[in-house]
Ligand binder design. Structure first.
Ligand SMILES: C[S@@+](CC[C@H](N)C(=O)[O-])C[C@H]1O[C@@H](n2cnc3c(N)ncnc32)[C@H](O)[C@@H]1O
Length: 222
């Protein structure tokens, strides 16, 4: 858990201070560079894949958006009728998510800033964790899945950075030249290793590779 807490502190520092504005812009309609545009497109595709794993009518379902960021997934879940708990460790991003949410959807969403694994968030039918576990070691991801999964009736749908040659080079270079700032490092994962760590409860759904956005959707069955 020492690794988990240390990563969480880095993630909070990064998203709540250094990267808040960049993240706010990336997740808006404002013009961005060509590279960031590919990331936007990849993320849109990934959100669609993750949502396709859920029933289209989510009325009566309680869903956790774990690491909600600026609330893109939150809005889609609420639009499908879910009761959403949107949690992020960055209070600044939670405030942006809250301000961006359509007034008509507000009664369906409760926002909280804090750790996604906190038991006080309650029980869920589904959990969505898009790109929020990408900074953690596989043992920590398995632990998060076990803790959240114990309070989830159906499935936890989440993403990891896969071990592609490109992401592995990026990761290895990052270790050789540690960055001076406190930004968290993305850790590429082999989904089979995660399956082993979770008693084969993890299965692979689909990979998205669009320019600089490379992410793999996985599913955990409690
Ligand atoms: C790359 S962003 C993705 C945000 C959002 N899911 C999306 O796809 O737009 C990762 C988010 O996960 C949040 N996060 C990471 N670990 C967390 C944790 N343990 N508890 C709550 N939020 C966490 C970060 O603060 C950040 O906002």
């Amino acid at each position: 858990m020492q690794d988990y807490s240390a990563t969480l502190t880095r993630v909070e520092d990064y998203f709540d201070r250094s990267a808040t504005k960049v993240w706010e812009r990336l997740t808006s309609d404002a013009p961005v560079s060509r590279i960031r545009q590919t990331v936007r497109e990849g993320r849109d595709r990934m959100r669609a894949i993750m949502l396709s794993r859920l029933p289209s009518d989510l009325r009566g379902a309680r869903v956790l958006d774990a690491g909600c960021g600026t609330g893109m997934m939150t809005a889609d879940l609420a639009a499908r009728g879910a009761d959403v708990v949107a949690v992020d460790i960055s209070p600044q991003l939670v405030a942006i998510a809250e301000a961006r949410l359509d007034d008509a959807l507000k009664p369906r969403v409760s926002f909280a800033s804090g750790d996604m694994t906190c038991a006080s968030h309650g029980r869920f039918d589904f959990v969505m964790a898009m790109d929020s576990l990408i900074y953690y070691r596989s043992a920590d991801i398995a632990d998060v899945l076990a803790r959240i999964g114990a309070r989830t009736a159906e499935r936890v749908i989440f993403t990891v950075a896969p071990r592609t040659p490109f992401l592995m080079t990026f990761f290895t270079l990052g270790k050789a030249f540690p960055r001076a700032d406190r930004s968290p490092t993305m850790i590429p994962q082999d989904w089979r290793q995660l399956a082993r760590h979770t008693n084969n409860r993890v299965s692979r759904v689909e990979r998205v590779s669009r320019g600089f956005y490379i992410s793999e959707c996985l599913e955990y069955r409690p």
